[in-house]
Design a protein around this ligand. Sequence first.
Ligand SMILES: *Cc1c(COP(=O)(O)O)cnc(C)c1O
Length: 436
Amino acid sequence: MKQRKNSLEERSPAFTFGSGKQGRTLFCDQLPAEQLARRYGTPLFVYSATALRRHVDLFARAFAAQQHTVCYSVKANSNLSLLRLLASLGCGFDVVSGGELQRVMQAGEKAAASAVFSGVGKTAAEMDLAIAAGILLFNLESASELDLLAQRAARLKKTARVSFRVNPDVKADTHPYISTGLRQHKFGVPINEAREFYRRAAALPYLDPIGVSVHIGSQITDTTPFAEAMQRVLSLVRDLSADGLNISFVDAGGGLGIHYQNASQAVTARDIRAYAKALCRPLRRTGLHLLIEPGRSIVAAAGVLLTRALYAKENHGKQFLIVDAAMNDLIRPALYGAHHEIVPATPRPATKDAPAMKMDIVGPICESGDFFARDREMPPVLGGDLLAILDSGAYGMSLSSNYNTRPRAAELLVDGKKVKQIRRRETFEDMIRNEQ
Ligand SMILES: *Cc1c(COP(=O)(O)O)cnc(C)c1O
């Protein structure tokens, strides 16, 4: 793919080029990426508070006409400081484990009250934690989960609000690993059997079935499947009302995709409005409260991974650039064949000795899957240059590991000219702490 040299000039409000001491250079909010990398080292995740606020605001505007709560999906990026910022912007949360719920509880005293708990395998201990915390809604995915939650709630003598995540059998065009709404997937209960599940739930003390949930997958850029799933959910809500249930919440899940291939327009107001229209049109005049669980669309484009080029080398006529970040920091290319735009923080002019060329950008890990880009046309890059892997705010740090005994990266939150280290770089001692 051709590198759009100036595409980031318009990208607003974060991660755009401006003029620095050495000419055109990448800024994270108002701070030069080079300066942050020198001060905090690489690999380094940098998040923009300005971009996060913008994305939350785009949702607020697009969904303004509909009673709704944005429950940010914690698994996309679970850093406590980001959760705190999102809570202060009025977001609720979608969690998929007891650990994520504990993060939310740390992020704000009242944050758990607007948390929904999703996932196919909640344990008794996780249920107890969530019941005691008084979360907004449990999204249940099987009859066995229903029975266990009924037991736990009865033991604690506390009513749990529940919804079933239904599997609407809707096809969404995305990577097979992150498509979840088809009948062959492990998720949800079959929508045509859902009435029976609700009947059972309604008959149990300490359970209050008040919602219907759906989540058809992730990185979905066509809004048609969202509208289709919503229509199927609403038809179920009508049946449930006929059965005498009082359903007041519809949880549409997350999954709205971003444009990784076009980093200057990764998230636009138009996209979010189209998404809102797909969900809200069928909801009109129903009086239902809509929950949405966006993760990626809020945080992906609000973050970059900064990495230093270590070496350039040529093998059998193929160019490789080896960088100091690896698949343990950002696994999306290795796991999903995902595309991320990669730009030099301070672009060099192409010369005869240092021309633009096609290269593989790879990490130091002992796996051929450890790559960030393959056959990518890049402007000249030399060892020591700083690169930014764009749109790395979602499913980067949260999917990171210590593979090859590599310490996890540091994370920064920038806001205008201010910078805060929101997670320090791991040390060797951190990595072996729990070992004998
Ligand atoms: C992963 C997930 C989300 C978030 O998906 P995004 O694609 O990041 O918006 C929301 N809800 C559930 C149940 C999920 O599993």
